[in-house]
Unconditional design. Sequence first.
Length: 506
Amino acid sequence: MIKPDNQIIVIFGGRGDLAMRKIIPALYALHIQGLMPELYAILATGRSQLSDEEYRSEVIKATGVAGTEGETDALPLFTASFHYVTLDPSVPEDYKALTGALDRLRSAFDIPANTLFYLSLPPELYGDITGNLANSGLNSESDGWKRMIIEKPFGYDYESAINLNRILLGHWNENQLYRIDHYLGKETVQNILVTRFSNGIFEPLWNRNYVHHVEITSSESLGVEKRGSYYEGTGALRDMVQNHLLHLAGFIAMEPPSSIDSTSIRNELVKVFESFRPIKPEEAGKIAIRGQYTGAHVRGEWQKGYRDEEGVDPASVTETFAALKFYIDNWRWGGVPFYIRTGKRLPTRVTEAVIHFKPTPHYLFSDKSACDGCNQLIIRIQPDEGILLKFGLKIPGAGFNVKNVNMDFHYSDLAADRIPDAYERLLYDCMNGDSTLYTRSDAVLAAWRFLDPVLQAWKNDRSVPVFGYPAGTWGPERADDLIEEPELTWRYPCRNLADDGIYCEL
């Protein structure tokens, strides 16, 4: 792997939870693998008055290796690259201190003006930061490239996404903006492309002629914990479907790109999003189901309902579960239903995509429904990452009794290979100027435009119900009705890839 250009990384919100829990550990992992630039410095900002040494002590804690067997000589070198500047993102005068700090670092360490800004702060501050950086001349590429990583949410609906785009593009070019979605950094998500386009046995079947339906599940066994006030303004549809799960659907449904480069892959993703069949406001309540977990005993322990969580309105209608049925109107997928569901306080933590293939034209070996013998290709994103193929096999003995069996691959079988954290891959890519796994503005707007009728119906139409579901179950029973064929239902995944069933281990 190539070394990135020499550069300075600026982390806005350098003392925040995301920086300490994800960004700094990812940078340290890149450092010990020799994947950081030859020359680099990391400048963190925060409102608190702090010296470089005081901040470095926090960095050491964030790596989680100090005083453990994992500590190496690399740790002191890594922490020495960190510097700190006090800055209030909304105060223009404070950016003079930022500019001065950048100039000093470049001079002291002979680092060029290449700069990566990571906005690890709430989106409501993006306007102030991007404007103040531009007014300070820190967006200019006359002396070196400038890039900016932006965390989701990229707006809260279609209108706000348009406004955010207008603010960002008022000061920065699209090729400077890196909208990060950590799901796209997962090895198992990227492997969807490899599975499809490097294997001749899959791609010929990957269309409406052979696929019956596609199902995507992302479940969490935890509730909102102490994030109730945040979740009240978000909900499952915004939190998971609009970004993570629609992108999974995009990777599954996209046409082969002309080459494996950023522009080609992202062009194909946008084509998928623009092919989503528009949702009519009057049908939103039928093809989109929302639910909210209620209190229940889960394995002998009482789990409180969402409305009883800290920071949640006792009369809240915010969804903690969302299920959606939609179609992609193009030649490859015309008439094939896609089903997505996500929720909190479900039986287990799992994310996977299931390709359900059509049954054989004439099912010889059973008087059961032909769908009992349908093949499934299961792509597990997390946990127990891997791929599972279900197919029919004869049971030994007299007659032709058939049962479904599994052929599976687990990433854990690659004992010599480490699965990197998503932030490692994404940070490394941005340092190298590779935006393949980052979300482009037209994709963001297309996804919001598709879901906006559902959001508006849930907001304005009081007749659209919020279905309760007991904590520890697979969501409201009404979600089962999205799959209209009576002999079909959702797959109930377990923590182990090869297992499925309604009751799974947490």
